[in-house]
Write a protein of this length. Structure first.
Length: 215
């Protein structure tokens, strides 16, 4: 089980509330990028023993992610979720859209953290909050790993809803990633409104340079 080592260390530095951030959906050809920020105060303790299974969301089954998502929602955590649409991704690029989703997730929190810890090696630009980037943080730090689960489950649920709108592509299965089936359906049907039209695979597979805009 995570022992909140990093979180406790940061609290010892004098911070009164910290947040952990991660994202889901940077690589797919379709759908939004989603970020989650989970915030805690110094007295936070992990109550449910099942949270010993919290890990990088990519290493968990879909069933396990859903189970842990429900448990995390019942913990003493403040949770914010930020979403950037395919339209925004196409406008500013996926790298900047990811940062924007992260900023949105912080803004959705009831209380603003004094320090942010995030996965990777890049800090969020123009954020007036102390930040600490942790390489492979989603496998090392509880708050980041938990945020990865919230972000992934939230995005997967959105993609299942999009499957109802655009059933021909199989979004409920591959969640927008570049599987063989997905690429074949793009070639057959052309891209739909939630495809990221600036991603080169869309242009190559579909043979088109634009898609119908979202209403």
């Amino acid at each position: 089980m995570y022992r909140l080592r990093l979180e406790k260390k940061i609290f010892k530095d004098g911070f009164r509330r910290i947040g952990g951030i991660d994202e889901a959906g940077r690589g797919p050809l379709a759908g939004p990028v989603v970020a989650a920020c989970l915030s805690i105060a110094p007295g936070f303790r992990i109550k449910n023993k099942e949270l010993a299974e919290v890990n990088d969301s990519k290493l968990l089954s879909e069933k396990k992610r859903e189970e842990l998502f429900k448990i995390l929602m019942d913990e003493d955590l403040e949770i914010g979720v930020g979403i950037c649409s395919p339209r925004i991704i196409d406008k500013v690029n996926i790298f900047q859209a990811t940062f924007l989703a992260m900023k949105k997730s912080i803004e959705k929190l009831p209380r603003r953290p004094e320090c942010i810890i995030l996965d990777g090696k890049f800090l969020i630009p123009e954020l007036e909050i102390e930040q600490r980037a942790i390489v492979k943080g989603d496998a090392k730090v509880f708050l980041i790993a938990a945020a990865s689960i919230i972000a992934k489950v939230t995005r997967d649920r959105l993609m299942r809803k999009y499957h109802g709108q655009f059933p021909g592509y199989g979004f409920d299965q591959h969640k927008g990633y570049a599987t063989l089936r997905h690429c074949r359906m793009i070639k057959k049907l052309g891209p739909c409104p939630i495809h990221r039209q600036t991603f080169s695979p869309i242009k190559v597979v579909s043979g088109r340079n634009s898609v119908v805009d979202l209403p």
